[in-house]
Write a new protein. Structure first.
Length: 736
């Protein structure tokens, strides 16, 4: 009988069929482009694969540990289908990364899917199937047992325990925290004896970083970490919090809080999110012997809100560009731009990233005969975010001007950046801004908001938006950036050396220096923790959304001047956001007049959905007051200073009331009776047909009216069913 192991190893070449792109032929470097990438596996002689047990290795398989959702599909005569599929679990074995499979019957064709719904890059020229005996295959099914023996310590270096337990699986949502963790693992061992705590889903890190000792734990409990805490000279947790909840007092703790955005922009968070951040951050700040800030701006936030001065500033780097330039050995010079010029904004559409204002800026330009193409990446953070951006683009007819791309691989993102005319970054808050460093290193021109750490990073090597909360102002700045090639090139030249100030190695060295400061600060016996009392998160008194449309223009009234006068009379405690009908933009002088306001949103008066989107944007990013109200310019006389003051005083005195309305039949402030069920239904249906916008009502920005944003069905439901509200009489229009 023929020996079943006569053919020991069978090698298949990778033939791409869809969803992948060969970006470097010499290194066989592939980039995954969509959710279902596929390779056919082909061999020179023969075809198919006999039944048996196999160990799989990828030839030239750098970054194969990233392929955590890879699969092999078999065609046994019925074509490729889900019932004949085996997932590949790549794991370290000796000096290799391997996977094991069992083939029950002879296979005619094979297909290799490297990933599922994940953008990544990896290397591979071929796949080797090595026949093994059954016991080898069955042994591969057992959990990996890691040696508890640790490497000899380097004399003179501190022992640093790094907590990575909460890190999500690599390339499955780890995001910026994942890139930061990889940079730490790569360089910290140059300056310290490093032991890292990980969860089992990140076991692939063990083979990637041989100079780091890894501890695989089941929980962030004192029981599991205690012996390692005792080993350490300093314990470092950088994942925006601190675990475990109790760390023995003798342990020196170094902690990094990436940002205090919730203190500067509390309107971007729900009450629950604010509460959790205050609790988690408060514990970390109080327990840490020293804190890490990623910029001078965040160090100042820690001093301002918490009074903390035991803070080391350790800037981050541009991790993607750094790896690209080092690995590819490429020049930073951008010799080839796209033949269809575009600007790029690489950001997940979180509220502070300000995508809506940027889209409206492109609409402003299009309405005035100027066309700019924009590429937005990472817009698939969640279904609602993507749909919101699609709806906004559709409302202004921008499908041909804006490309809403989902998550892209790091290499694809770098390619897009290098091919762009420049990067725009209209964010409202940045504790650091990794893409800015990427752009500096890649010599990509930058137009960025002058907020947070942006000026620290870019200096004079970038253009700056004058006002990122005004869509018209944004539009004028974008057009200047788009058309002024000489200015872009000057900034790139000055940015070459600036990008070199930021590196992963320098970051790791800064962490170890901070750890040494933390250790040296322990010149006394540990004491009970001192509980910090932070300042309150920053809030104004009233946020007001003012709708202005083409019908408000008259020959004898300067609309912009009248609005400025209204804003002046209301005073600094009222934040006014102006929603401007796009039809007004055709009027001479409008852009220059409205360019001066602090907050401007663009909408279409003839579209209920567009008005609703404007209200939702206001509620999401500009509603930072204790109260908020939406009014029409034509109704402004009803809401003078005294009227608004009366509504505010009434709500502050009657805490049980969720909102206040004006009632001309009253002489005194009165708590209204709860609406009947029929009244609730009628009110809800009428307002739903108007896009869910509630005009002329002052809402308290807490409880249900904080959790649910104005303009949403949830907010409308909360308004219609609110049991207690305030009726306020009409107040004279005399101003103080």
């Amino acid at each position: 009988m023929r020996n079943q192991f006569a053919i020991k190893t069978i090698t298949f070449r990778l033939r791409p069929t869809c969803g992948v792109k060969l970006v470097d032929k010499t290194k066989s470097l592939w980039s995954v482009l969509d959710d279902d990438p596929q390779f056919l596996l082909v061999r020179r002689l023969g075809a198919g694969l006999p039944s048996g047990y196999y160990r799989i290795k990828v030839v030239g398989g750098r970054h194969i540990h990233r392929l955590q959702t890879a699969s092999i599909y078999y065609d046994t005569g019925r074509g490729f289908n889900e019932s004949e599929r085996q997932p590949l679990s790549f794991r370290p074995e000796g000096n290799s990364i391997v996977a094991y499979i069992c083939v029950h019957t002879k296979v005619r064709r094979l297909r290799f899917d490297p990933a599922e719904k994940t953008r990544l890059t990896f290397e591979g020229r071929a796949i080797c199937f090595e026949r093994v005996e059954r016991q080898h295959y069955e042994g591969s099914l057992a959990p990996i047992e890691f040696s508890t023996r640790m490497r000899p310590q380097v004399a003179g270096q501190i022992n640093l325990l790094l907590n990575l337990f909460r890190l999500l699986p690599a390339h499955h949502g780890a995001g910026g925290a994942g890139r930061l963790a990889l940079a730490y693992l790569r360089h910290l061992s140059e300056f310290a004896n490093v032991r890292a705590v990980i969860a089992s889903h990140n076991e692939s890190l063990i083979s990637e970083f041989p100079d780091v000792d890894f501890v695989v734990c089941n929980a962030e409990s004192l029981e599991e970490l205690e012996q390692h805490l005792d080993w350490s000279d300093c314990y470092f947790d950088f994942l925006n919090g601190l675990r475990p909840i109790y760390i023995p007092p003798h342990v020196v703790v170094l902690c990094c809080l990436l940002d205090l955005q919730h203190m500067r922009l509390p309107m971007l968070f729900t009450n629950l999110e604010l509460s959790m951040r205050m609790k988690e951050y408060g514990y970390a700040i109080d327990r840490a012997d020293r804190l890490i800030a990623i910029s001078d701006y965040e160090r100042e936030n820690l001093r301002h809100f918490y009074g903390k001065t035991n803070v080391s500033v350790v800037p981050l780097s541009g991790f993607g560009a750094e790896e690209y330039l080092e690995y590819r050995g490429a020049s930073t010079s951008r010799t080839k731009l796209s033949n269809k010029p575009y600007l790029i904004y690489p950001a997940v559409p979180w509220a502070h990233k300000n995508h809506e204002a940027l889209i409206q800026a492109i609409a402003v330009l299009k309405c005035t005969g100027r066309h700019v193409r924009l590429v937005l990446t990472n817009t698939d953070a969640d279904v609602d975010s993507k749909q919101r951006l699609i709806d906004l683009c559709d409302s202004f007819g921008l499908r041909d001007s804006i490309d809403l791309m989902g998550f892209v691989s790091e290499l694809e993102l770098i390619t897009l950046m290098r091919g762009s005319l420049g990067m725009v970054f209209p964010s409202l808050y940045e504790g650091f801004g990794i893409p800015l460093v990427d752009a500096l290193k890649l010599e990509v021109p930058i137009l960025v908001s002058e907020i947070g750490a942006a000026r620290e990073i870019c200096g004079t090597s970038a253009n700056y938006f004058r006002n990122s909360r005004n869509a018209i102002s944004l539009a004028l700045d974008v057009w200047q950036f788009w058309t002024d090639r000489e200015q872009r090139e000057r900034n790139v030249l000055s940015g070459r050396q600036r990008g070199e100030l930021f590196s992963s190695r320098r970051m790791a060295e800064g962490i170890v220096d901070a750890a040494k400061h933390a250790i040296s600060s322990r010149s006394h016996q540990p004491s009970l923790p001192v509980i910090s009392t932070p300042l309150r998160a920053e809030r104004g008194m009233l946020s007001l959304l003012l709708f202005v449309h083409i019908g408000d223009l008259t020959n004898d009234v300067d609309l912009a001047s009248s609005i400025r006068e209204m804003v002046r009379e209301l005073g600094s405690q009222v934040d006014v956001t102006i929603a401007v009908d796009v039809s007004i933009l055709a009027t001479d002088g409008v852009l220059g007049a409205f360019d001066q306001f602090e907050r401007v949103i663009l909408y279409r008066e003839n579209s209920i959905e567009a008005r609703s989107l404007a209200v939702r944007e206001f509620a999401r990013r500009h509603n930072g007051g204790e109260f908020h109200i939406v009014i029409e310019w034509s109704e402004r006389e009803k809401f003078g200073f005294n009227q608004l003051a009366a509504m505010i005083h009434g709500l502050r005195h009657n805490l049980q009331a969720g909102y206040a309305v004006i009632d001309s039949a009253l002489r005194n402030v009165t708590i209204a009776d709860a609406p009947t069920e029929l009244q609730i239904i009628r009110r809800y249906e009428n307002l739903r047909l108007q896009g869910g916008i509630v005009n002329g009502v002052m809402f308290r920005c807490e409880g249900l009216f904080q959790e649910n944003r104005h303009g949403t069905v949830q907010f409308l439901s909360a308004y219609c069913s609110e049991g207690s509200y305030l009726r306020v009489p009409v107040v004279g229009a005399h101003h103080p």
